[in-house]
Unconditional design. Structure first.
Length: 355
């Protein structure tokens, strides 16, 4: 994307020609600082995202995990200000050094698709049922690169082939495609203007395991080949651990654990992260295969959050203090942090045995 300040560097041209390389010392591709999202106002205000910090470098894959209702999709939509007018946002969303929250409308339109794009959850509901998929892929190309209609159609065919579909599929309507094919179309649309960042919100939801594996490998290959940043959102820790470099676990609108993806999956330090990991059977582990462990209860209502640590009503190792004292992220090894009073606490085992 074209920068408007001296601290950023122009993006690659949407036609595909590479832009200038970023000098050493430039900011990360995406940096989210203390982001909050609240729906409604006054006494009816509902906090959906509460003070989230994220960082994504170019070529890095960040996974965001959590149950339904923990704020994952709200966070994804907030990154490009796609939330309804009833939402109030605060904090900073620095995309290539430029704050999305302070952009004027014209600048924001230019950044969407060309600077960052989203693969929405549920391709059938995201695609327009009465337009051919090739026309829908070509639309952002026409808007952002000022290409001719013929050039945009050619680009749409190239993108379909890039995601493993014949260019002739551009003439199809969404209902004529399978679920996996529609998801590939959504990925092609996300790539249409060569964005720096792709946000994939549950990109494999409702797909069978074979198609899911194909879509995940496709996303990985595209990120590796083009060096874009990726944020992948899912409730499935196993998928994120296999696909992403780093992983953030969200609960009740906050990040409660973050670190290297494989480490968070196999050695979670927050009780919630442990519960998410234990809910999925592991190949070769008969105990997890025959008795996957769930987590009793449901995430709290955002409009009536419990005091102290919001996870304490469901936590199997909660202390008395957890009901009144909230916890910030604290170090738990190299590049691994968790928001739990028991993390790296010398008396953790003794405290657990007395509860």
């Amino acid at each position: 994307m074209t920068a408007t300040t001296t601290t950023t560097t122009p993006n690659p041209d949407p036609s595909g020609s590479p832009g200038p390389s970023k000098p050493v010392g430039d900011p990360p591709l995406l940096e989210v600082r203390n982001l909050t999202v609240t729906y409604g106002g006054g006494a009816d205000a509902v906090p959906a995202v509460r003070g989230v910090d994220l960082r994504v470098e170019a070529g890095q894959k960040l996974g965001i995990a959590g149950e339904s209702g923990c704020g994952k999709s709200t966070l994804a939509l907030a990154l490009l200000r796609l939330l309804p007018a009833t939402a109030t946002l605060s904090g900073e969303i620095l995309l290539d050094g430029e704050d999305v929250l302070t952009m004027k409308w014209g600048r924001l339109r230019a950044v969407r698709w060309a600077g960052a794009s989203i693969v929405f959850q549920g391709a059938m509901h995201s695609l327009n049922a009465v337009h051919r998929v090739g026309d829908q892929i070509a639309e952002p190309v026409l808007l952002h690169s000022r290409a001719t209609p013929a050039a945009a159609r050619k680009r749409a065919g190239e993108l379909l082939e890039q995601v493993g579909l014949p260019a002739a599929r551009a003439q199809s309507y969404p209902h004529e495609l399978s679920g996996g094919q529609r998801q590939r179309v959504m990925i092609a649309m996300a790539l249409a203007c060569d964005p720096l960042l792709i946000v994939a919100d549950e990109p494999t939801t409702a797909l069978d395991v074979m198609i899911q594996a194909q879509i995940l490998r496709l996303i990985e290959a595209l990120v590796a080949d083009q060096g874009v940043g990726l944020i992948m959102i899912s409730h499935d820790l196993a998928v994120l651990a296999d696909t992403c470099d780093r992983l953030s676990v969200m609960y009740a609108g906050r990040v409660v654990e973050e670190g290297p993806a494989r480490q968070v999956y196999t050695d979670a330090r927050h009780p919630y992260g442990k519960a998410l990991s234990a809910a999925f059977p592991r190949i070769g582990d008969l105990s997890s295969r025959h008795a996957p462990r769930g987590l009793p209860g449901d995430p709290p209502d955002p409009s009536a959050l419990p005091g102290g640590c919001t996870f304490h009503p469901r936590c199997p190792v909660a202390l008395d203090s957890c009901a009144t004292e909230d916890q910030e992220l604290r170090g738990s090894g190299a590049e691994h942090r968790a928001a739990c009073v028991l993390v790296d606490a010398p008396a953790a085992d003794d405290a657990r045995s007395t509860t």
